[in-house]
Write a protein that binds this ligand. Structure first.
Ligand SMILES: Nc1nc(O)c(N)c(N[C@@H]2O[C@H](COP(=O)(O)O)[C@@H](O)[C@H]2O)n1
Length: 156
């Protein structure tokens, strides 16, 4: 059975990057994965001054809106690094928060799909045929956490 998720108030909403699960990365606390992800778009770019504003955005929706402003200049390597940046943040989220880690592990080997009608890169898009990179990231993180847990049992 494929598990679809999207908005935080819907089933499996904790898989959304907008869920209120903070992460510490390189000494900085970010209120959501979305805040971190949107800010990373501008690292070392001419518009890096937007980063503290994204960091301080009161909601992930506002962080996304700041990061999606089409007149700002993204870092040059963004398309090359964005999936790795997302994976690092999503892994940190599920290593940090035990309650949602259990939800992720309980999905077993089910396919996870971000059911975004507007995003066919991170989600499946309106026609359900999109790349689903967020779902793939979550499945890869799920596998990594399983491996980490099995190693912990071996070395206990
Ligand atoms: N608009 C919107 N609302 C939500 O609740 C979402 N979960 C998403 N998807 C997330 O948007 C991010 C991609 O943003 P960019 O298009 O690269 O600016 C990514 O975190 C998706 O999972 N969108």
């Amino acid at each position: 059975m494929t598990i679809y998720f999207y908005k935080v108030w819907q089933p499996y909403g904790c898989f959304s990057n907008f869920s209120l699960h903070g992460i510490h990365i390189e000494g900085t606390y970010w209120p959501t994965v979305e805040h971190y992800y949107q800010a990373q778009k501008f690292v070392d770019s001419a518009d890096a001054a937007i980063i503290p504003l994204i960091h301080a955005a009161p909601t992930p929706e506002e962080a996304a809106s700041l990061g999606r402003c089409s007149t700002r200049q993204l870092r040059r390597d963004w398309n090359l690094v964005k999936t790795q940046i997302m994976r690092e943040a999503v892994l940190k989220k599920f290593l940090t928060h035990a309650d949602i880690r259990e939800v992720l592990l309980m999905t077993g080997d089910e396919i996870l799909v971000e059911n975004s009608p507007t995003d066919s890169f991170w989600g499946c898009g309106a026609n359900k045929a999109g790349l689903n990179h967020l779902g793939k990231t979550l499945m890869s993180v799920r596998e990594e956490i399983r491996n980490l847990l099995s190693l912990a049992v071996i070395y206990e």
